[in-house]
Design a protein around this ligand. Structure first.
Ligand code: HEM
Length: 521
């Protein structure tokens, strides 16, 4: 009895504790349910892999587009261990990506695990801000921004474009233009970053081109690694991982050679100047940065002992990012546009009429004349819309909880702007599968800035090379169209634009074009 009596108060305390714990657990569950309830709707997935098994690796943009129909313009899902919020509305993308807390990058294995946050594409915080400001500053200085003068870059791109058309004139049969575009677009990037171009058969350049092509293919295949890093221990992924890291090391060593050679050139120039060499007396021209590496070296000199994050390691990554992000996207867009010219001969004729009228016998038009060539410009934009080369955009990460369309988006979520849907929404673009450049012209025939057109994404982290890419595409394609009539080599083989290949970019299946010389106008 005594023991029973004495156990009463104990049981009461234990009971109270159990009840309190249960209540707390219930409150936690309710809180969790409420938080989940406030998240955007979306499909369920499996433990560990989430929704990945349902995403078509050959056309992820189409799987995600189908989900828009079911869950609306903002929805959420799990990809492996990463929570993803997909936004498929241009206004919401603009509003979201204009906020400081969305300027981070998504917590992906390739960006954080391999690139380790260096460079521009994967960088975050002060490192990203300082280097983005530095590159944008250089671009503006060289007249990339539409300030009236296009600076030093325009003649350099014309030079490379003229070389391309010269080579095409020597081709009597169909050509797969991928290799030629890789060489010439790559050389415009080399001009921008290093201030020189390579000869096509240069050994180092061949090797760098091979690395870019292979690397691009492998990063495309390595997609699932981003969400399931443990896959890197499987043999097929192990090979990809070591290819990417080995070649990163080799490319950076090559870049360092270029940087060191440039530093020596600068020292020689300074010595010549000090010795009063008359030929080196143009001080202003010497201080104006000529290319990205030149600007970086000069910036480091200004900073003196306190270079901070402006290290050579960071410069290697910045150079690789500019080269990689700029080449692949611009080449793929050019391929689509030239293919469209062959697939839509009436549109090609209309562009050529507009160009002939303006060029008056010249084999080029200038960027300044672009305003008088609205149909030519609209056709390039329509190629960018129809064949969106970055269909899933480049995802961002969220550093603090935020609201999107009233839904809760927790910290560390990956935000994916579904550019494919934005560019193919039938409510915005009637008959979205048709190639119709008029969509980008107003009633007076002037080029229209369409609010739902965002091939370079939008907001604080928008593509840094947008203007440069547009300059290359305009100069290259106008030079080609002034000189040649473009045809598909073998129309009977089917339309290569069908079932595009989705890697880092969305590109057409291999095809050959015939460049027939036009009568001079
Ligand atoms: C048609 C060609 C191009 C397309 C479609 C394209 C598209 C994009 C997109 C969608 C982004 C993601 C922006 C974001 O995260 O919000 C991006 C970022 C970037 N692009 Fe481009 N791009 C092109 C050409 C270029 C060129 C020519 C360069 C270099 C000169 C370049 C350099 C970069 C860099 C460095 C970033 C990262 C910016 C950052 O994270 O702050 N791109 N690009």
């Amino acid at each position: 009895m005594t023991s029973l009596h004495s156990s009463w108060p104990d049981t009461g305390l234990a009971g109270t504790l159990v009840a309190a714990t249960l209540l707390l657990a219930l409150l936690r569950i309710l809180q969790w349910v409420r938080l989940c309830w406030e998240m955007p709707p979306g499909p369920w997935g499996l433990p560990l892999v989430g929704y990945l098994p349902w995403i078509d690796p050959r056309a992820p943009h189409l799987t995600l587009t189908n989900l828009v129909e079911k869950y609306g313009r903002v929805y959420s899902l799990k990809m492996g261990g990463v929570s993803v919020v997909v936004i498929a509305d241009p206004d919401l993308i603009r509003e979201t990506f204009n906020q400081k807390i969305t300027t981070g990058r998504a917590p992906l294995y390739l960006t954080h695990g391999i690139m380790k946050g260096y460079g521009l594409i994967c960088a975050e915080g002060d490192l990203w801000r300082d280097h983005r400001k530095f590159v944008l500053g250089f671009m503006r200085h060289h007249g990339m921004k539409n300030t009236g003068s296009r600076g030093a870059m325009e003649p350099r791109i014309h030079e490379v474009g003229a070389q391309l058309t010269k080579e095409l004139a020597q081709e009597s049969e169909g050509v797969d233009i991928s290799g030629k575009l890789m060489h010439h677009v790559g050389n415009t990037m080399n001009q921008l970053i290093f201030g020189f171009t390579y000869k096509e058969d240069d050994g180092t350049w061949r090797w760098l081109r091979y690395l870019l092509e292979e690397g691009t293919k492998l990063v495309g295949i390595a997609g699932p690694l981003n969400f399931l890093p443990c896959l890197r221990y499987l043999p097929q992924y192990k090979h990809i991982f070591s290819f990417i890291t080995d070649n990163q090391r080799k490319t950076h060593a090559e870049y360092q050679k270029i940087i060191s050679a440039h530093e020596e050139d600068l020292l020689r120039e300074a010595a010549a100047q000090a010795a009063g060499d008359e030929t080196s007396s143009d001080d202003e021209a010497k201080d104006t940065p000529r290319h990205i590496v030149d600007a970086y070296v000069k910036k480091r000199r200004q900073l003196g002992e306190n270079v901070g994050s402006f290290t050579y390691k960071q410069l290697h990554h910045v150079a690789a990012d500019l080269f990689g992000a700029g080449s692949e996207t611009t080449i793929t867009t050019l391929k689509w546009h030239l293919l469209n010219m062959a697939l839509f001969p009436d549109i090609q004729t209309r562009i050529q009429r507009e160009l002939d009228e303006r060029a008056k016998g010249r084999d080029y038009v200038t960027l300044g004349e672009g305003e008088d060539l609205p149909f030519t410009q609209a056709a390039i934009m329509e190629s960018q819309r129809l064949r969106s080369v970055v269909p899933l955009g480049i995802p961002h990460g969220v550093s603090q909880e935020l609201r999107v369309a009233g839904y809760r988006v927790p910290r560390d979520t990956m935000i994916l702007p579904l550019l494919w849907f934005v560019h193919h929404n039938p409510d915005t673009w009637p008959d979205p599968e048709l190639y119709r450049p008029e969509r980008f012209l107003d009633t007076e025939g002037r080029v229209l800035k369409h609010p739902a057109f965002m091939p370079f994404q939008t907001g604080r982290r928008r593509c840094i090379g947008d203007e440069f890419a547009m300059m290359i595409m305009f100069i290259f394609t106008t030079r080609i169209l002034l000189k040649f009539r473009i045809k598909l080599e073998d129309e009977l083989k089917g339309d290569p634009s069908q079932e595009p290949v989705c890697g880092i970019t969305l590109s057409p299946r291999p095809f050959k074009l015939v460049f027939e010389p036009r009568e001079s106008k």
